[in-house]
Design a protein around this ligand. Sequence first.
Ligand code: NAD
Length: 472
Amino acid sequence: MENSKEVLRIFELQSDVENLNSLKNSSANERITKIKSILEYILNPANHKLIAEALFNDLHKSNEEVITTEISPLILTIKEVVKKLKSWMKDEHVPSPITMTGMSSYIKYEGKGTVLIISPWNYPFQLTIYPLIYAIAAGNAVIIKPSEISSNTSSVISAMIKELFDENEVTVMQGNAELATELLKQPFNHIYFTGSPKVGKIVMTAAAKNLSGVTLELGGKSPVIIDETCNTKNAAEKIAWAKSMNSGQTCIAPDYALVQETKLEEFITAFENTINKFYNSDKKGIHSSKDYGRIINKTNFKRIKDLVDKAISNGAKIEFGGDFNEEEKFISPTLINNVSMEMDIMIHEIFGPILPIISYKTKEDAIKTVQQLPTPLAFYVMSNKKSNINYFLNNTASGGSCINELMLTSVNPHLPFGGLNNSGIGKSNGKHSFEDFSNPRGIVKRNWGSLKPIYPPFNSKIFKYFKKIVSI
Ligand code: NAD
């Protein structure tokens, strides 16, 4: 009841026509000023400390990981938006067909209106502020519901937004699924959701009731293929980095590895050596490394442990790692072999530092495995053979792909980022995000002449000419 009253109050405040029109008609400079205020806030050392402390308390993130994965992407995004916003906002003049002689046509990018952002807990600062920057850039009012699970970061976000924005522009509402359900009853012009495919379906169903637009940034099982031609040590190093960052709680982390059988032993050894080099160089154990994170909460810890326990009881084998400490929510980077596609660990997204490895003989076998699962958010190929790379790309689909690299599908603002079906709907990044939060309003303007000649009563001479110009 409390929730529903407050949701309605904020939604109505933001959706007031005059409010939305003033945001929609705000200049690029006005929007840039607001976006820059976020940059200044983040760059302030005292605020940086608060953000880093919150992320440490939520996820045991090291300050270095906070800088590389939470703060830097936002700084780069803001700089890109500040540089490009004027050109993105410009009316885009387009050609007109011969039947529109005497008219000009253009696209006017307008804010959609009131936008809801629902964000997850894994990169809780970055994944909340990132869509916010683009929603503001496009001229919208925004309600944010960050994850209740990363509560320390959500509180920091709430304090920051209160300091920088009026409620009618941007408001943070903190709460769980119950609050999200209340919010989703409102006829938002657009909903930007980042989270699991399961909740994504709930969001899309609710959005359908109001015909609200949606962007769904979801997850899934992203494979990495290690073929017979790649430098295994190099591949293992990159995979170990991608799988252990944030304790594997990354939407674009490789979920499982398909390793060409001749490379299997080499890969396992190289992965183990790399993890020890990353987190155990002092031989005090990975759990004492300040650079290694923790699982967000005990529910997720138990979920991941359960996947591993069940796999082992069904015949899977731990090749490396397998250390679990519930009190500390610690799971060491783990390689698990002898898995089958029927096991839960190969059905559900792992979202933790466990890497199942499946060896394959031929590239056709590898692809058959990938094709058994829904379209992933990312698909990675580690190979030095062009024909293999092409084969793997041509016979799969994914939101994005990296070749001989991992995790970088979201970094280049010129590339669209997002999934396909089960891994998401809609694309983000740079101009893609600006367009996602905009209504590209098509406008036709008559400059001279008229369509009178084709109005009734019809004139056969005119129609003969009309048919000629459209080649009927
Ligand atoms: P989640 O789907 O459980 O929760 C995400 C958000 O939805 C939270 O704010 C939560 O409070 C809210 N929510 C929960 N139940 C809801 C309901 N019934 N109705 C409406 N909202 C509800 O996801 P999570 O556990 O926070 O994050 C992990 C998932 O997110 C993984 O699947 C991961 O792959 C995905 N993810 C995707 C991206 C991406 O960019 N594609 C980025 C990060 C995480």
